[in-house]
Every structure is written in structure tokens, then in C-alpha cells.
Write a protein that binds this ligand. Structure first.
Ligand code: F6R
Length: 236
């Protein structure tokens, strides 16, 4: 594992964007695993700037996102599909038809999960998976549990996750209580993993996940078993 500590969110975002840009350079038709939330916003801004400056070409890139709230479709401004369009896809030359986000409105979420995993397999797997980390150690929406869950599946969100995500909604009551998330299998099968975390309040969970025991109560700790993980942490 490469554990990189930087001072500022800007440095974190620049380093993460450099890694993603390098991935696209060495494999222009790569599959990027992408995340939402506040952590990757700066990284996406740098990627947009680089794309506009002609330094990165997304035209042959495919993307697969980690997760989506159940019940929110892409037109809902709190959905993760909307977030991705707004924070990245609408501003770079990626082919939207090659950007995938789990469908949180699928009538049969178990079938949707199975189809999503199948699609990732058919794409040849994920070359580089970008991750944030929740205060409870979740990655994607894989919440603390008694076991690590493999396939893409429906999850009930923890109270702490609902509280943390309430900042994006008008009120806590509006935060969906369930989501569909890529499971540990697709994440662990990614060829490379890049986890970014910023802010003093994330320090304890990042240290627990990467320097503590591997424990499904700290979902991100499974990444200690991944052969190619880069963690970038900034206190600010
Ligand atoms: C988002 C996701 C989540 C977030 C995590 C951290 O697609 O899968 O695991 O990465 O909740 O969120 P932020 O970055 O908002 O602190």
C-alpha cells in the first residue's frame, strides 16, 4: 500500500487527478470506477480543467460508479447519476452512453445488482477504482457488518451515514434510507484502488482501516488485502 499524506485538499485533488490521468494515458480505453460525495469534487475539477486544456482525453474511457440511492432517478438533483453528470460528465468529452451508475429505481434491485456485476465483468473489470471513505469506514455504501459482502446489493444505510449525508439534502428526513452499492468483490477485483480522504475528522477511521485489523465492522479494512492500493490523506 502507498500511504501518502499531504497538507491540503488541493494537493490531494491534484495527486488523485494525476493518477487518474496517468491511467487514461497508459490505457485510453480504460474502465474507471468512480465515486460521489465531497471527497472527489476537487479531483473532478482538476480532471475537467485538464480535459479542457487538451491534456486528457475521455473519449474512449468507460466509467462505472459505485452506488446510487434507492428511489432516486437521474433527474433528481440528489441522485448520484445527477451528481456525476453535474460534477464531471457534462464537462468532459466522455461518451455518456459509456458511463454507468447502478439504477436505484430498478423494480428488482437484486437483478439490477447481478446485471451490474455482469456488465463490469464483460467490460473486462475495473482498471482504477476511486474511493472515498465514510466516517464509519464504509466504502461505496458497504456499511459495517458481521461479514464482507461480495456482489452489488441493496443496503440499509447506517444512521451515521444518513446523518453525514443530510448536509446535501433539505432535511435528514429526505435522505433515502436504502441504496444499491457495488460490493466488495468488484471493488477488490479492480486492478488498482485509489482512496482519498480529507479532514481531521477522517483521520481516526483512515488509520483504523489501514493500520488496524481487517474487520467487516470497518469495511475499508479489506483493502489491506488488495495488491495495489494508494491512499491519499490530507488533514485539511
Ligand atoms: C460515494 C460513496 C461513499 C463516499 C463516502 C465519503 O459514491 O460511495 O462511500 O465515498 O460516504 O463521502 P464524502 O466524500 O462526502 O465524505
Amino acid at each position: 500500500m502507498k500511504y501518502i499524506v499531504v497538507n491540503t485538499y488541493e494537493e490531494l485533488s491534484n495527486k488523485a487527478a494525476d493518477l487518474i490521468a496517468a491511467q487514461i494515458l497508459v490505457k485510453p480505453n480504460c474502465v474507471l470506477g468512480l465515486a460521489t460525495g465531497s471527497s472527489p469534487v476537487g479531483t473532478y475539477q482538476r480532471l475537467i480543467a485538464d480535459n479542457k486544456a487538451g491534456k486528457i482525453d475521455f473519449s474512449t474511457v468507460t466509467s462505472v460508479n459505485l452506488d446510487e440511492y434507492v428511489g432516486l432517478d437521474g433527474s433528481n438533483d440528489q441522485s448520484y447519476r445527477y451528481f456525476m453528470n453535474d460534477n464531471l460528465f457534462d464537462h468532459v468529452n466522455i461518451d455518456k452512453a459509456k458511463t454507468f451508475v447502478p439504477n436505484g429505481c430498478a423494480a428488482d434491485l437484486a437483478a439490477e445488482g447481478k446485471a451490474y456485476d455482469e456488465m463490469i465483468k464483460e467490460l473486462g473489470g475495473i482498471d482504477l477504482q476511486l474511493l472515498g471513505i465514510g466516517l464509519d469506514g464504509h466504502i461505496g455504501f458497504n456499511e459495517p457488518d458481521s461479514v464482507f459482502t461480495g456482489p452489488t446489493h441493496e443496503v440499509k444505510l447506517d444512521e451515521s451515514t444518513i446523518e453525514a449525508n443530510a448536509r446535501f439534502f433539505q432535511s435528514k428526513e429526505e435522505v433515502p434510507t436504502t441504496a444499491i452499492t457495488m460490493g466488495m468483490l468488484s471493488i477488490m477485483q479492480a486492478k488498482k484502488v485509489l482512496l482519498i480522504a480529507n479532514g481531521a475528522k477522517k483521520k481516526a477511521i483512515v488509520e483504523k482501516a489501514f493500520f488496524g485489523p481487517i474487520d467487516p465492522q470497518v469495511p475499508a479494512s479489506i483493502l489491506q488485502l488488495h495488491p495495489d492500493v494508494t491512499v491519499i490523506f490530507s488533514e485539511n
